[in-house]
Design a protein around this ligand. Structure first.
Ligand code: NI
Length: 153
């Protein structure tokens, strides 16, 4: 089911989300709805608080190569390098801004079955990891934008 995406200014986007403790059917439904909502909006990442659910759950699909990633209780374990690229957010349609992010991000997270996985994101995937984990802590990329850019591409 496609859920409504909250927009910047909504106080729920500024809350810190709680860890998932129950890997149950409700979590499966949440993840499936998040994928559907993200795809419907042509996004590459969505965090649960963006649909008003204050849980540490993220879906990311930056390329066919990496496929669909579901990240539950994600923790960044290492980051290095830097990049300055334009970022957008499904909660702020029609805008993009340059944000400084690490070039490499290592992250561990659970899947819906409660299995722990480790990921190494580079370039776009590293940016997506940082952007979406920020959402879980009530941080929005507008806080970090160095320069707003045209939304042409
Ligand atoms: Ni976002």
């Amino acid at each position: 089911m496609i859920r409504e995406i909250l927009k910047f200014g909504d106080p729920l986007l500024r809350k810190s989300s709680s860890e998932v403790t129950c890997f149950d059917e409700e979590l499966n439904v949440l993840l499936d709805d998040m994928y559907e909502t993200m795809r419907n909006a042509d996004g590459i990442g969505l965090a649960a608080p963006q649909i008003g659910v204050l849980k540490r759950v993220i879906v990311i699909e930056t390329s066919e190569e990496t496929g669909k990633l579901e990240l539950i209780n994600p923790v960044i374990t290492a980051m290095w390098g830097k990049q300055f690229e334009a970022e957008g957010c499904l909660s702020l349609v029609g805008k993009r801004g340059i944000v400084k992010r690490p070039m490499h991000v290592k992250l561990k997270a659970y899947d819906r079955h409660g299995n722990l996985h480790r990921y190494h994101g580079k370039n776009l995937l590293a940016r997506a990891f940082c952007h979406e984990v920020d959402h879980l802590n009530g941080i929005l990329y507008e806080d970090k934008v160095l320069e707003w850019v045209d939304n042409e591409d």
